[in-house]
Design a binder for this molecule. Sequence first.
Ligand code: RIB
Ligand code: CA
Length: 335
Amino acid sequence: MSIPRKVIFDTDPGVDDAMALYYALAHPGLEVIGIATTFGNVYVEQAVANALYLTALAGRQISVTVGMAQPLVKKAEAPPDFIHGADGLGNLPQRVATAGALDPRSSAQFIVDMARQFPGEITLVAVGPLGNLAAALLLAPELPTLVREVVLMGGAVLESGNVSPVAEANIWNDPHAADAVFTAGWPLTMVGLDVTHQVILPLSLFRQIAEHHQHIATDTLHHAVAFYSGFYSAHDAAVGQITGCYGHDVLAFVVLTNPELFTLQAGRVRVAVDGLAQGQTMMQRKAVSYPQHGWHDDIPHTQVCMQVQFEACKAVIEATLMRDWMLKPLLALTE
Ligand code: RIB
Ligand code: CA
């Protein structure tokens, strides 16, 4: 039996973030050793509350840290409550009282501490705006030599953007942080809209998972996905045909557990930080030298996911979430 890969999950939960978290907790090849939080789908305070809640419901005690509340440079925007709900989990009608305490460190400090404690072992999986990784790089410029790899969900190369014609939401939300991450020089894989828009997950899948487990964690996920699917089904004809949603963030874990399902292309990626193209991930796809500032040969390469085997990917997500992986929820003690 191989040793599970140590992962820090950097997230703005968020419905597809919740899907991704539960996939990671369910998969025997992954060990989530901590959760970094960020603004994005919700304000950071709500992101923290959701991370604590989702882990407690699944019966897991995992370090949760407070991360970035706003972008590095640009002005923060209101969270997209019409996609994820005002609470990020599809407007849950109620929440049970759960146990679980916050780790006092900032998310950036936690990332640095873990990378130093387990050199060469940590995989950072980032599925929100990238400020925590940028802040960690400032705290420890040697970080790229300490982590095993970074996988991020964000960006688009050939596919259109989802918040502007060229920008994907996570990169749009903090383009300066994203450019720092793409140029840091760590082993980096980008899981962008080029592949996440190829994977439409039906709401019925999450109903089947909830019916199978009869557990508050998967009931909560099903409720959240129902709200999220409502948005996508109304706004995207292909998704509406099956009443479903894009799994975006969960693919950042599937590429780790099942890399054979993806086709990758290596090249330099930079981010437009302002102007009409703000948030665009521009990829150098030809192996030539460009003399222009910002595209010199010393800019590191990113492995960019360009294609995914949709049916096999959906089957892996289903099989993983159907596993017997949840423990008794960690409920708050009442008098
Ligand atoms: O564009 C999709 C990304 O934006 C996902 O990470 C989703 O959770 C939102 O943050
Ligand atoms: Ca996200």
